[in-house]
Design a protein around this ligand. Structure first.
Ligand code: ADP
Ligand code: ZN
Length: 782
């Protein structure tokens, strides 16, 4: 069998014309009957994007030219599908050769520059991913390939546009709602609000719908489908504050020495760069990258999708000429173009979100993962891989260095660094300008009546401080990690609140669009006139989201220029950059937002950060709830005082004694970790155990629960492993499906490996009515 990297024509010649008849082994020909034997591979093993964990053997047509890593189209159960050649072989294995079907097409033939042949290292990585996360190699490869590389030649992007005037579309939304066509109403509304032709895929994603609602709307003429040619929509790097060369401070210099040294020596090594916000981590990455580039080696920088802004990209693009940016805003064609640039060695520095890890660079010197604690590095659909773990595997394969950077590393990474598995490097101080902000904790349990403004708690201290900043022409960030107007609409008569009819969650009131919205399944309804339970009139808003905060702040500070940044205001293309740019230019006084504004932003004139409530998310029944809260508060506090002026942070909370809150207030990672490690040890969670989560979903509650019980029964009596549950997931019912999960903790690596062997195929228990999902090292128990 030929190995990865061989180029072989099916007629056995190595890239030649194939004119000369090769030597024929007639004995073998006789044995194989139908096949006139030629030497060299006639068959290929292909990985298909199917949950089936095996490769499929196909025959090569006459004259076909394939390599390991080539993409092909093959017949499968009456359909055609794409796949990747994983191995070349001379025989057809267990299947009689005459039964083996031929591949339909080799996609990368023809030398049109579009050859997307996966490098060997990525094929190896896909095997690793399949092994570690219990998916098939085809599914792993699918996650690694950019969409357009999978379906090349697609030049038109389907979009949806209004087929009728605006007002009529508005009326249609209401009508559809009244008739109970909620999904159609949502799609139509999304297109209305998008303000132009909306990519069909985005409309579907945003509304959580399938194809049928938009198709019906098109059939009725309310929407029309238009195909817009893909045109590049690159994320234009903002070079306005292009990184000037800075003189590294001592701590940065030490970091560069250690990491750069490993890059120079081409040694595989993982570094945890633990540096407080503003300590100059990015500057270290940049200079490490320069070292790698000086040696002619490539680099990949992963940042959370949310931090992939023109400013971030600009910092990298201003130092390197050969940068490729991969982000979710790219069209498929643009993504494929970037991919090809990388493949052809034109771009050697790649910056992007999670999947940029699979950029086909060669001679990879270093992978940087900035904000390594971000949960967005874990994919939340199959294959549920973690980019950090995959980065380390890739770096092992390619002898490269990994730099994990964070002010608030995950306990897993911190633990590994403490044990010497990773090299720990600390940057304890802010670099250049800026000192750590002063943090005040305000107890919400003790606030006076007049400190609640239109349902939003704003303590006198916070209010006065905002006033001062406005007078001084400084800027303010107000943070609340909850969008909408109020998370609950409740009945003062019976105490019930309006629940989603499909999910076990309260519906969130959105005042601006006058709708109750389920944040779990996107279901929307009009505000009921009376309580759905007791029919009393007068439902009331309870609690606050960012929309309500905006309203209150506008009332109290009528002269301030206020902007809000959350998923609701940011659905239009480019809105995110626009707001950030206005803020940067000082056109906005107060920026209100969810976690979107908590991270990575560097605005020197922000001297006050107010946390409206630190408690959102603190009591979610997830072992990472405290860690998540701490990280978020710590990060948002880090937005204050990044310039010459000192910053202040006001954190309002009902739990001023909670260790996650107090540690964040003290900007003290260590004390948080010490406490949290103790809790994790007691409860047996990571880093003291590895967790496997198996989720059972069914419209039939008993079916889901029973399947969980059966699994727990099977897993009794294992050494160093403990199954727990089944228990309702944090979201106990979503879209009419009941959700139970079993958590299995493994306390040793051996126990984990054994468990993984037993559970690798657990998803195969899925039936028509039951969905079984395996999540290795889950980052969320939602
Ligand atoms: P981090 O990534 O750790 O949050 P950054 O790299 O963004 O920190 O640096 C924060 C600020 O400090 C930036 O404005 C950066 O230009 C500046 N900075 C970084 N290193 C130095 C240095 N050695 N001297 C002066 N300023 C620096
Ligand atoms: Zn719902």
């Amino acid at each position: 069998m030929s190995r990865v990297g061989d180029v072989v024509h099916s007629d056995g010649t190595a890239g030649g014309e194939g004119e000369n008849e090769p030597e024929v082994d007639w004995d073998q020909a006789a044995e194989q009957e139908l096949w006139p034997a030629r030497s060299g591979p006639r068959f290929v093993d292909v990985a298909l994007k199917l949950p089936l964990k095996r490769l499929f053997t196909y025959a090569l047509p006459e004259g076909a030219c394939v390599q390991v890593g080539s993409r092909v189209r093959v017949p499968f159960r009456g359909k055609e599908m794409g796949g990747v050649v994983f191995a070349l072989r001379e025989d057809s294995g267990d299947v009689p050769p005459q039964k083996v079907r031929e591949i339909v097409k080799v996609l990368d033939e023809g030398g049109d520059g579009g050859g997307v042949v996966l490098p060997k290292s990525l094929l190896e990585l896909s095997e690793r991913m399949a092994h570690d996360y219990g998916c098939s190699i085809g599914e792993a490869l699918d996650a690694m390939l950019p969409a357009a590389a999978k379906a090349r030649g697609k030049k038109l992007i389907p979009h949806l546009d209004l087929g009728v005037p605006h007002e009529i579309a508005h009326e249609a939304v209401e009508k559809l709602e009244d008739q109970g066509h909620g999904e159609r109403a949502r799609v139509l509304r999304a297109v209305l609000e998008f303000g132009g032709p909306m990519p069909t895929l985005q409309a579907k994603r945003q509304t959580g719908t399938s194809d049928s609602p938009w198709k019906t709307l098109c059939k009725h003429g309310t929407l029309k489908r238009i195909d817009i040619p893909e045109d590049a929509e690159p994320l234009v790097p903002d070079l306005s504050e292009a990184a000037r060369d800075v003189q590294l401070n001592d701590a940065q210099e030490n970091a560069l020495d250690a990491i750069g040294g490993a890059v120079d020596r081409k040694e595989h090594e993982v570094f945890l760069l633990h540096g407080v916000t503003g300590s100059g981590k990015t500057e270290v990455y940049l200079q490490v990258l320069q070292r790698a580039r000086a040696l002619g080696r490539s680099a990949i920088v992963l940042v959370p999708e949310i931090s992939l802004t023109p400013q971030t990209v600009g910092r990298f693009a201003s130092r390197f000429e050969d940068v490729a940016v991969l982000h979710s805003g790219l069209t498929d064609a643009e993504r494929a173009k970037q991919w090809r640039r990388i493949l052809e060695g034109e771009a050697k520095v790649v910056i992007g979100a999670r999947s940029a890890l699979f950029a086909p660079v060669r001679d990879l010197g270093v992978i940087v993962i900035d904000e390594e604690h971000e949960t967005s590095f874990k994919q939340d659909s199959t294959p549920r891989y973690h980019a950090r773990e995959m980065a380390i595997h890739r770096a092992q394969i390619e002898n490269s260095v990994v730099v994990l950077g964070s002010a608030t590393p995950t306990l897993e990474s911190y633990g590994r660094a403490k044990r010497g598995v990773y090299k720990m490097i600390e940057l304890p101080e802010r670099a250049g300008a800026g000192t750590q902000p002063k943090v005040l904790l305000e107890d919400l349990k003790a606030i006076a009546k007049d400190e609640t403004i239109f349902g939003v708690p704003v303590t006198r201290t916070l209010r006065n401080m905002i006033q001062e900043r406005l007078q001084a022409k400084d800027q303010v960030i107000l943070f609340l990690n909850r969008r909408g107007y109020s998370p609950v609409l409740y009945c003062p008569t019976c105490g019930d609140s309006v629940q989603c009819e499909h999910c076990d969650v309260s519906m969130t009131w959105h005042d601006r669009k006058a709708r109750l919205v389920c944040h779990s399944c996107c279901h929307e309804i009009r505000r009921p006139e009376m309580c759905p339970s007791c029919e009393a009139p007068g439902l009331r808003e309870l609690g606050a989201g960012t929309e309500r905060v905006e309203q209150a702040i506008r009332m109290v500070f009528p002269d301030a220029i206020v902007a809000r940044m959350d998923a609701d205001t940011m659905s239009k293309r480019g809105a995110h950059e626009q707001v950030l740019q206005s803020f940067r230019r000082g056109h906005i006084d107060i920026l209100i937002g969810t976690q979107m504004i908590a991270k990575g932003l560097d605005f020197p004139d922000v001297t006050l950060v107010g946390v409206i409530s630190a408690d959102v998310g603190l009591f979610v029944p997830d072992f990472r709830a405290a860690e998540r809260t701490f990280q978020l508060l710590y990060q948002v506090a880090g937005r204050a005082g990044r310039g010459d002026k000192p910053g202040t942070v006001v954190i309002q909370t009902s739990c001023p004694d909670n260790y996650a809150v107090t540690a964040a207030a003290n900007i003290d990672y260590r004390s948080f970790v010490a406490q949290e490690l103790q809790n994790r040890r007691l409860t047996g969670y990571p880093p003291y155990a590895r967790v496997l989560r198996i989720l059972f979903e069914s419209k039939n509650e008993r079916e889901a629960k029973r399947a969980g019980e059966a699994l727990v029964g099977e897993l009794q009596g294992l050494e160093d492993a403990r199954p727990q549950g089944p228990a309702p997931a944090v979201m106990a019912r979503v879209k009419d499906r009941y959700r139970f999960h079993v958590l299995v903790k493994a306390f040793t690596q051996e126990a984990f490996d054994q468990l993984m062997e037993r559970l690798r195929d657990v998803e195969d228990r899925s039936t028509r009515s039951l969905r079984v999902l395996l999540d290795v090292d889950p980052v969320s128990l939602m």
